[in-house]
Design a protein around this ligand. Structure first.
Ligand code: ARG
Length: 569
């Protein structure tokens, strides 16, 4: 329910002498129930109405009180220090919200705002030559959550993992394989064997620089399409990609396309030709560039002096390909802030080329993760690999659950869901620009502001509903004696879910949803402490309805923020 609209609608019928409706946009939802439900700070009105804010608030409150009817949603109006606080009838509001949530269930929070539109999301996009590590976590999770948000609002989404499957690292891999590798071993040990070779290459190349020349030679061969080089490189790429695919899937991130950088090898000449034909390029120190100085974006490199192409050129080819394939209405690239300039240059060039997708491209830039601290981290060493992180998370949560005397029979599955939840939560709990430290131990705490705490609260709802063993009867809700402010506060927080999804979309801030769900958890736990749901075997239908509403919001919200909903922990 949109409380603000409901209140404004009633105010409209009152024909107030003071035309506060001209300031419709300034009405806000109150943060605290003691200040009512909807509030108008009267300070900005003073000048135009030629009255003090205190006077305005007092006059309007008196006028509203005089015009109240028994039917409307407004209960009373109060003036407090220049604020006009409007209180809605709790019973009406609570009933309305309860009916909405309990009727719509899994649909609550969904909207068709963008139905018929397509958004392409480029996230995770790992460079395959290296193990997936903690640095890849934010792009993978934030991208996934943004995808879920877009879907909730009606978009058709396309997720692309634009893997870095090309470049000198693959020349190095082939060189290492040629010197020290063994096909059978690589096939058996998979990506671990490949990584060992890569590490060995780097160590040996420090002593013998000719290895670097050899690596360059192999890379050149890949570029020239030499059969053996391409075959070896593809083999290595597939091994590494399989591992990345597996890890993403463990985290819940599935992709519609794995079309990576190498796919665009033979499609870059067309980009260069087009840039030249439009007169956008020039030669600078032997390299082909687009001069973007006049936009404060420096000089964008299109082709190096040795003829090799670049990241930017590939992205120009890729975005064209995506537009041709998906005819997107929006494309979001999720990477860390270090790539800000790259995307500004890309978007500018697209605009200068007059592409139909100019203005449809967005860069969601997030702050970096610093190396984790704590016991688990040091055991994993400096690298903080994602697979170790996941494994450590699973083991740790199994341990914690055992300590807490869990009765679940499928401890393996549940602890994995706890670990995935904790990892997702960690990647999205702060504003995206913040640099964060990953602390696995803290993230698995069942009692802090953590994902297990929320999951646990959800499980509590499930167990209450199971124990009550009756269906919530919508006909029979009685909010007339909303016993305490807490229940009302809780219900209003639940009601914020749909608008929070929209806000998280507009600001590209998944943390807003995390915060809302955290509020739900803590308010629910207060409600649970202070209210009887089942008293001596008698179920309070209204309180049970509240539990059911909380459960629905957790389910709908968890689904978006990639926290598994676990009914027993
Ligand atoms: N592979 C790149 C990296 O790890 C990220 C790619 C982001 N996507 C893009 N279209 N440039 O830094």
């Amino acid at each position: 329910m949109n409380l603000k609209t409901e209140v404004l609608n009633q105010l409209k019928t009152m024909n107030l002498e003071t035309n506060i409706l001209a300031f419709e946009k300034m009405f806000v939802l109150s943060n605290d129930v003691k200040n009512g439900d909807v509030c108008l700070p009267c300070f900005p009105l003073a000048k135009e109405l030629k009255k003090s804010p205190v006077q305005i608030a007092t006059d309007v409150a008196t006028e509203i009180m005089g015009k109240l009817t028994s039917t409307g949603i407004i209960e009373k109006a109060e003036a407090v220090n220049g604020y006009l606080n409007i209180f809605a009838k709790r019973e009406v509001v609570a009933n309305h919200i309860a009916n909405e949530i309990l009727t719509e269930q899994a649909e609550f929070g969904k909207a068709n705002t963008f139905s018929g539109k397509t958004v392409v999301l480029d996230y995770s996009s790992v460079n395959l030559a290296k193990y997936m590590h903690i640095g890849h976590l934010k792009t993978t999770i934030i991208g996934l959550v943004m995808k879920n948000i877009c879907e909730t609002l009606g978009y058709k989404t396309v997720s692309i993992n634009y893997v870095g499957d090309y470049g000198t690292p693959f020349g190095k891999m082939i060189t290492a394989f040629k010197h020290w590798g063994n096909e059978q071993e690589v096939n058996e040990k998979g990506v671990d064997a490949v990584q060992d070779l890569y590490v060995k290459f780097n160590r040996e190349a420090e002593l013998d620089d000719s290895l670097n020349d050899e690596a360059r030679m192999w890379f050149k061969k890949i570029e020239d399409g030499d059969e053996e080089a391409v075959k070896l490189s593809n083999w290595i790429v597939e091994l590494c990609r399989g591992e990345v695919e597996r890890l993403c899937s463990e985290l819940g991130a599935e992709f519609d396309s794995w079309r990576g950088e190498s796919y665009y090898n033979d499609k870059m000449q067309a980009v260069v030709d087009e840039l030249e034909a439009k007169g956008l390029t020039k030669i600078s120190e032997g390299a082909l560039v687009v001069d973007l100085e006049e936009y404060g974006l420096g000089v964008a490199l299109i082709r190096k002096s040795d003829g090799t192409s670049l990241y930017l050129t590939r992205d120009l080819a890729a975005v064209e390909d995506r537009y041709n394939n998906y005819n997107f209405d929006k494309a979001i690239y999720v990477t860390d802030v270090a790539q800000k300039l790259h995307f500004k240059q890309l978007f500018k060039i697209v605009e200068l080329l007059g592409k139909p997708y100019a203005g449809k491209l967005e860069h969601l830039a997030y702050g970096r993760y610093s190396l984790p601290t704590g016991k688990i981290a040091s055991r994993m060493g400096k690298q903080a690999l994602l697979k170790d992180l996941l494994e450590a998370g699973i083991n740790k949560s199994k341990e914690i659950m055992a300590e807490r005397g869990t009765k679940v029979t499928d401890a393996d599955a549940v602890s994995k869901q706890v670990a995935v939840g904790a990892i997702s939560f960690e990647a999205t709990k702060y504003e995206k620009v913040k640099d964060t430290v990953y602390d696995m131990e803290a993230s698995l705490n069942f009692d802090g502001e953590t994902s297990p705490y929320m999951q646990y609260t959800y499980a509590r709802c499930c167990s209450i509903l199971e124990k009550a063993n009756v269906n919530v009867n919508l006909e029979n809700l009685d909010f007339s004696t909303l016993a305490n402010t807490q229940a009302y506060e809780l219900i209003k927080i639940l009601n914020k879910f749909p608008s929070t999804v929209v806000e998280a979309y507009e600001k590209q801030e998944p943390c807003l949803l995390i915060r809302l769900l955290m509020d739900v958890a803590s308010e629910f736990n207060k409600f649970y402490t202070n209210n009887r749901i089942i008293d001596n075997g008698v179920v309070n239908n209204t309180n049970l309805a509240v539990v059911n509403m909380v459960k629905i919001i957790f389910e709908n919200g968890f689904k978006i923020v990639n926290i598994p909903a676990i009914s027993k922990m």
